[in-house]
Design a protein around this ligand. Structure first.
Ligand code: ATR
Length: 278
């Protein structure tokens, strides 16, 4: 009998995870299907227990359920997911239901792909929301020297304090948006985790070419559109760019490994996502 996997979210209709994981299962001849399920936050507990009872192979959680899942006492979050405050991957194990967050690992792998040495790198993270939390906790654990820069300065300072309190190898500080250009002069990497540039606000950007430098690597976690205004500005400045598609694919690949213990066909997953976004 086919084993069922899925993503729970609300809304969830535009999720690229079904296409990406279905392609992977099919390429590996695994008798599995992956489906999107609309689950309202107040029903999340019942939905996860129902999935467990029905023998689901594993789950992804997306907006607005990632934070909600941490409130459920029957899910054991791993330490990183707990720190981030969000679960995006649920694994059904004999010992119980485990919660993980693979978003930060996705960002890390996207940087490693571009030969960024994370330990010791000076990384500016724009934004202080949920996505920024996943990225910064992971990169601080990997020893990056991080400055969180955010429109609402207090949120940046608060996030930096929280990460510092976790005593991870990397140093983290927080500030407002105004000093961006000066900060970037001494930085190796800029990561945009804000919603600027995301469809339908495709004209907006956290920085223009005048504020960027040719020795920077600019990573935009926004993947719709595929080439955001920020990535265009980065190219105009001669900087290296990393597409948000890579983070999406690598967080999915990590979830796939956690559920199945099988090495996923990452290139195929990337191709599938790129085709769906074209
Ligand atoms: P997510 O969970 O996807 O990270 P979020 O928690 O809503 O989403 O965070 C969105 C981020 O984009 C925030 O850092 C937000 O800045 P504020 O904390 O000041 O709200 C940032 N953001 C959204 N619109 C912005 C804009 N027009 N200019 C600058 N930053 C913006």
């Amino acid at each position: 009998m086919k084993q069922v996997f899925g993503v729970f979210g609300d809304p969830v209709g535009h999720s690229l995870s079904p296409a990406m994981h279905s392609a992977a299962f099919s390429a590996l001849s695994m008798d599995c299907i992956y489906h999107a399920f609309r689950v309202r936050p107040e029903k999340l507990g019942k939905a996860i227990l129902g999935a467990e009872a029905m023998g689901f192979g594993g789950l992804n959680l997306t907006v607005p359920l990632k934070e909600e899942a941490l409130k459920l006492d029957f899910i054991k979050p791993d330490p990183l997911a707990k720190r981030i405050g969000a679960i995006n991957t649920v694994v059904f194990e004999k010992s119980g239901i485990q919660g993980y967050n693979t978003d930060g690992l996705g960002a890390r792998q996207a940087l490693l792909d571009s030969a960024v040495e994370i330990g010791g790198s000076r990384i500016v993270v724009a934004g202080a929301g949920g996505a920024a939390r996943a990225v910064t906790f992971q990169l601080a654990a990997d020893g990056a020297d991080i400055t969180v820069i955010n429109r609402t300065e207090e949120r940046a300072i608060e996030l930096a304090k929280e990460i510092s309190a976790a005593a991870l190898p990397g140093k983290v500080s927080g500030t407002g948006l105004s000093g961006l250009k000066e900060l970037l002069r001494d930085a190796d990497v800029l990561i945009n985790t804000t919603t600027l540039g995301m469809h339908p606000n495709t004209d907006t950007t956290i920085a223009t070419a005048e504020e960027l430098y040719s020795d920077l690597t600019v990573f935009d976690i926004v993947y719709n559109p595929l080439e955001t205004r920020l990535l265009k500005e980065a190219k105009a400045a001669g900087a290296k760019t990393i597409s948000g598609v890579l983070m999406l694919v690598y967080q999915g690949a990590e979830a796939f490994r956690l559920w199945t213990g099988v090495e996923p066909p990452v290139e195929l997953m990337k191709k599938t996502v790129l085709e769906a976004l074209q």
